[in-house]
Write a protein that binds this ligand. Structure first.
Ligand code: GDP
Length: 292
């Protein structure tokens, strides 16, 4: 029995990274009753067919987490790439991505790129105080890239970022083999509106994988799959000390009187943009619940 991780799945074939190299596998429908279809990121065991060297998936390990779109399992880390230089990132996008990550039991890391053009002091301060890790980098000068490389080594990471933020540039700086692959993938699948994007894991130098994700749009609140609105507060780590301190039990922290989180926003302990993002997400999650 050989162990591995699914790097991509195309037309019923799964490409599994193993100690013996990349092995093309089939699944035989045996998982339909348990985990469903195998997805990228699944940790699997397989058996090799002696006739042609292809494999059959035998087992899929229980998933530590998964995203729906793109379908990817077992992410260790989600990196939200942002920039204070044009095109300036809307903090809401960062907060949406990090909230989903925290909720799904993935580590979240905010990376502020283009520090050569704008150091992004305000953004940096917001996340430094949020309990979510933040790094400053410049794909142009190379500042901070080694620190980022350290953070992704040996882990499965997904990078999200608004278009033009420098995500491709950062990835190319991180791993010299990445550039060629990124180009190859865009050519293969095209950028057309109706083209389905397949997520794929790219092995990185020194161990670990990066999931190629299309952008912030893949991190929609649908990913929070019917999170109760009351759970959302825990996706904002800096809210934690205040939870339970509000005047009313079951406080939504939106505009209630005697809300400890609103007081913390008022006196500057919690960044205003973080709370605004929370309210926006709360409204969308609440609506989902009402439509159930
Ligand atoms: P993507 O759409 O997020 O993949 O962004 P790209 O990597 O294609 O970069 C978008 C633009 O931002 C390009 O013109 C890059 O040269 C520029 N860019 C990327 N990284 C940096 C950086 O660190 N500093 C500056 N000043 N520009 C950058």
């Amino acid at each position: 029995m050989i162990e591995g991780i699914i790097l991509k799945g195309i037309g019923g074939f799964y490409y599994v990274d193993t100690a013996e190299g990349l092995i093309e596998c089939k699944a035989r429908g045996r998982f339909r009753k348990t985990v469903g279809k195998p997805i990228v990121g699944d940790r699997v065991t397989l058996e090799i067919q002696p006739e042609d060297g292809t494999g059959y998936l035998q087992t899929i390990a229980p998933r530590k987490n998964s995203l729906i779109r793109p379908a990817v399992a077992n992410l260790d880390l989600v990196v939200a790439v942002a920039s204070a230089a044009p095109p300036v990132t809307d903090p809401f996008l960062i907060d949406k991505v990090t909230a989903i990550a925290v909720h799904k039991n993935m580590d979240a890391l905010v990376v502020i790129n283009k520090t050569d053009a704008n150091p992004g002091d305000e953004l940096y301060e917001t996340y430094r105080r949020s309990g979510i890790e933040v790094l400053r980098v410049s794909a142009h000068t190379g500042e901070g890239i080694d620190a980022l490389r350290e953070r992704i080594r040996g882990r499965v990471s997904a990078f999200a970022g608004n278009s033009g933020v420098g995500k491709s540039s950062v990835l190319n700086r991180l791993d010299s083999s990445f550039g060629a692959e990124v180009g190859a993938i865009s050519d293969k699948i095209g950028r057309g509106k109706h083209t389905t994007r397949h997520v794929e894991l790219h092995p990185i130098e020194g161990g670990g994988y990066i999931a190629d994700t299309p952008g912030f749009s893949s991190f929609e609140t649908e990913q929070m799959d019917l999170v109760l609105a009351e759970d959302l507060q825990y996706a904002f780590p800096e809210f934690e000390p205040y939870i339970g301190q509000c005047k009313f039990t079951g406080c939504a922290h939106v505009k209630e009187k005697g809300c400890a989180i609103l007081a913390a926003v008022e006196n500057g302990e919690i960044a205003k943009t973080r709370h605004e993002s929370y309210v926006k997400l709360y409204e969308s999650v609440k609506d989902l619940k009402e439509w159930e």
